[in-house]
Design a protein around this ligand. Structure first.
Ligand SMILES: Nc1ncnc2c1ncn2[C@@H]1O[C@H](COP(=O)(O)OP(=O)(O)OP(=O)(O)O)[C@@H](O)[C@H]1O
Ligand SMILES: [Mg+2]
Length: 262
C-alpha cells in the first residue's frame, strides 16, 4: 500500500550566485518561490545553464543558497539528509572502491541502520532496479545504465520523502532510458515519494510528471507551471508515446516553452 507522505517541499526566495576569486560573479538562479506538494512528481525543464542543477544541489542540502531557504515540512534544509535521496547528472558519484551493494548501503550506514536491516533494504532496492545479480561486483564493471540504476537504488534505499533526480537518464541509449523511465513510474506509484526530476526532454517530462515547471535562461526563474493531466496516463509508456492525446499534449507544452528541446 502506498504510504502517506506529509512533508511539502517549499522553496522560499531561493537564489544563487557563484562567486570565485578573480572572476565576475555568475548569477545562476534568481530568487525562486515554489511549493511542491508531498507525493507530486515535478519535472524541471529549461535551457542549459539556467541553474537547474544548482537548484537541485540546494534542495539536496549540498550547496547553501546565496539567499532564501528550503523547507521540507517544518524543517529547514541545512545539509544533506536521509529524507532526500539524490541521483546526480553523472554516475561518477558512486564510490569506486565499494561494491555495488556497498554503494547502495552507504546512506543506511551513515544513518546507523543495523546490519541485518541494511542488508535487507539493499537487496530489495537492487532487486527493484534489476541489479540483484551484480551486487558484489565493482562499480567500474557496470555499464553506464547499470551505474545509473545503482545510483537510483542508493537513493531509494533510505526510503526518502523526496527523490531528486538530475537528468538521470541523459547519457543512456534510448532502450535503457525507456526501461528506466518505466521503472521510475512504477517506483513513484509504489512508494508515494515526492519526485523532482530535471530533464531536457519535454516528452520525458510529460510521460513521467504530474506537473512541469519551466525555467527561463540564466539566471533561472520560473516562467511556466503546467499540470500534466491527460486521460490515459496510467497506460504503459509504449502505449502512451503513440497516443494522440499524449503527443498533442507534449507538442503544446513544447510550443509554450518556445524551445527546440526534444
Ligand atoms: N561551481 C561553479 N562555479 C561557478 N559557476 C558555476 C558553478 N556551477 C555552475 N556554475 C554556473 O552556473 C550556471 C548554472 O549552472 P547549472 O549547472 O545549475 O545549470 P543547469 O541548468 O543544470 O545546466 P545543464 O542543463 O547544462 O545541466 C551556469 O552558468 C554555470 O556555468
Ligand atoms: Mg545541470
Amino acid at each position: 500500500m502506498t504510504e502517506q507522505r506529509v512533508a511539502d517541499l517549499v522553496l522560499d526566495g531561493v537564489g544563487h550566485t557563484y562567486r570565485s576569486a578573480g572572476q565576475a560573479p555568475v548569477e545562476a538562479l534568481a530568487a525562486t518561490d515554489l511549493t511542491i506538494r508531498a507525493g507530486e512528481f515535478v519535472a524541471l525543464v529549461g535551457p542549459s545553464g539556467c541553474g537547474k542543477s544548482t537548484l537541485l544541489e540546494i534542495v539536496a542540502g549540498l550547496r547553501p543558497p546565496a539567499h532564501g531557504r528550503v523547507l521540507l515540512g517544518d524543517a529547514q534544509v541545512v545539509g544533506p539528509g536521509r529524507r532526500r535521496g539524490v541521483v546526480f547528472q553523472q554516475s561518477s558519484s558512486l564510490l569506486p572502491w565499494r561494491t555495488v551493494a556497498g554503494n547502495v548501503a552507504l546512506g543506511l550506514e551513515l544513518a546507523r541502520v543495523p546490519r541485518a536491516r541494511r542488508a535487507e533494504r539493499v537487496a530489495a532496492e537492487l532487486a527493484r532496479v534489476g541489479l540483484a545479480d551484480v551486487a558484489d561486483r565493482a562499480v567500474y564493471e557496470l555499464s553506464g545504465g547499470m551505474q545509473q540504476r545503482a545510483q537510483i537504488a542508493r537513493a531509494l534505499a533510505a526510503d526518502p520523502d523526496v527523490l531528486l533526480l538530475d537528468e538521470p537518464f541523459g547519457a543512456l541509449d534510448t532502450f535503457t532510458r525507456e526501461r528506466l523511465q518505466e521503472e521510475l513510474r512504477g517506483i513513484w506509484r509504489e512508494t508515494g515519494t515526492t519526485v523532482l526530476l530535471v530533464t531536457h526532454s519535454v516528452e520525458e517530462a510529460v510521460l513521467l510528471a504530474t506537473r512541469v515547471i519551466v525555467f527561463s535562461p540564466r539566471p533561472g526563474t520560473v516562467v511556466g507551471d503546467h499540470r500534466i493531466d491527460f486521460t490515459r496516463r496510467d497506460e504503459p509508456a509504449a502505449v502512451l508515446r503513440a497516443d494522440p492525446e499524449f503527443v498533442a499534449f507534449a507538442a503544446r507544452l513544447r510550443a509554450s516553452i518556445g524551445t527546440t528541446h526534444a
